[in-house]
Design a protein around this ligand. Sequence first.
Ligand code: SF4
Length: 355
Amino acid sequence: MKKELVIKLAELLKNRKLEKEIRIMEVCGTHTAEFFKTGVKDLFPEKLVLIDGPGCPVCVTPNHYLDRGIEIAKKHNTIVTTFGDMIKVPSSYSSFAKEKAEGMDVRIVYSPMDAIRIAEENPEREVVFFSVGFETTAPSEALAILAAKEKHVKNFSILSGNKLTPPAVEALLNADEVHIDGFIVPGHVSAVIGRAPWNFIAQKFRKPGVISGFEAHDLITGVIMLVDMIEKSDIALKNNYPLVVREEGNKKAVEILYSVFEQSDSEWRGIGVIPGSGLKIKDEYALYDAEKKFPVTPPPVKEHAGCRCGDLLRGLITPPQCPLFGKVCSPENAIGPCMVSGEGPCSAYYKYWRK
Ligand code: SF4
């Protein structure tokens, strides 16, 4: 999009006069970071409030997942493979980074296929991929399990912390703890699952939503569309990312995903157990399911004292309202996962808002 047009759109948003306060939630962690990084958040007119939602996979993963992962690696001397964000996330008592410093074999990978390669190179060791993610990354993990089966790699498994995003939004709306007028709906997730799984926002809860991309012009036009819809009581779910998000999503990716995973109940940090919001590995692939392959009893869960990540993920507060923000808790000394992940609201506020 031409720069002049983006500047005009920015002016339109900035000069918008609102009769009353409008509160919109962005569900996706990448949106959280991009609203700040692109400066679009600075264009928000007075009375337009942005609420962060439960869209950062690392942030919504409860401590007990990491506790279990660390226990598996310790007890079964496995090679730990995971994405970079997960390494520093504090568990109840430790983190993969701390364990690595004490000798645990922890390796950052860029895809689960890297973990399979490591398993092939180390046939005498078990390799576990610690996976937290949403609909966007889960299909590649399903593919990895299918590839491991095809290649007869038996020393590779996944500890699935994968989750589905629409049930979390539905749980927030059902809980009705925070007033939300409309939603900026995740573009990447929608590219996989399509529009239909989000229809409940308008149909059941009578709130408008806009599926949005991630560039500045996507965010600006998405917010302008959403504000228009809220002011006109135009209750619908609109797709402002049509080049990427097709109505039916990516059917092939969804098919692959559900050939290996099935829906399960799952616990979300701050929200609790949400029925049908998790993805567990089907029994027929139990050989690749680290939870079944390596039974352990992790230590009792301990929450991070003073951390308000859970309240943040429910939209109840913004990061600066956490008493530890920027004082005790920073990216260098993260108390909770919302400060560790690049998609975490505390990390986004710390990097961009304080400036
Ligand atoms: Fe938790 Fe730190 Fe965020 Fe506070 S600033 S909610 S302690 S991650």
